[in-house]
Design a protein around this ligand. Sequence first.
Ligand code: SF4
Ligand code: MG
Length: 326
Amino acid sequence: AKNLVEFRNLKTFFYTEEGVVKAVNDVSFSIREGETVCIVGESGCGKSVTALSLMRLIQSPPGKIEGGEIIFDGRDILKLSEAEMRRIRGNEIGMIFQEPMTSLNPVLTIGEQIMEPLMVHKLMTKKEAWNKAIELIKQVGIPRAEQIMTSYPHELSGGMRQRIMIAIALSCDPKLLIADEPTTALDVTIQAQILDLLRKIKQERNMALMLITHDLGIVAEIADYVVVMYAGKVIEEAPVRELFKNPKHPYTRGLLKAKPIIGQRQERLYTIPGQVPNPIGLGDYCYFSDRCEYAMDICRQKIPQLAADENGHKVACWLYEGEWKK
Ligand code: SF4
Ligand code: MG
């Protein structure tokens, strides 16, 4: 399949009183048509900012996309007008977030919220939009669709609200669905159901999925390809099986060491000693060096670049310098 999204040297910075936060710092990776790519890392590592940059929803100020390109379906997103961008958002790219309550409007019925984008983007009549909304509600696995249409968000459970958000995101047949921690606020059983639903609709529609998570259990279940971020940089990427079989970066290995406990909600997925570095004023060295048990002199003097081995498994770590394809 061909690339649907290409991030090329993306730089998204935030200008704060304390200094410049390089939230996304020279990030490159791709998502192919129909592929599920999971972006993994601790909070604050740049996952959400990467997704918001693609949607051009970075709040400015203090945020600013300072460099790079984001190619979506052949067009550089960063060069489009705001009107063109609005057409892409919700029409070609759908997005769902962690907390569906805050994304739904509390004073509008579920029906109104699903129908609105259909009437705006697909120019449907009210009757057509009503019928399509009923169909979408059924597709996301909610029974008694007619009754749901006239309900308000607070009348639904968290899991149901997330299903509705998915229905809204799907209403315009996007080529890409971005899901930012879509199950974090839900309990474990509901989490599994939402993941099943995402997998099913993704297959039915041959839609690409960019899923942001801190939970490697979710990655193992749903990803085709994994991108690991740390302090604004991609530090490893590989197909999911390869990554779990042969994790290379000491950070990724740390993530994988902590086995998720079935049935127990995890606020943090592991404990690697130490903390993510202060994102202000990072210099020319490996940002993981403070926490890395393998750190060498070179790690504190030069930043390792992401480079691929002969199988295309990419890692940014001086331990693998000898394996990099020149
Ligand atoms: Fe550790 Fe050095 Fe690799 Fe950084 S580059 S992860 S400090 S070994
Ligand atoms: Mg986030």
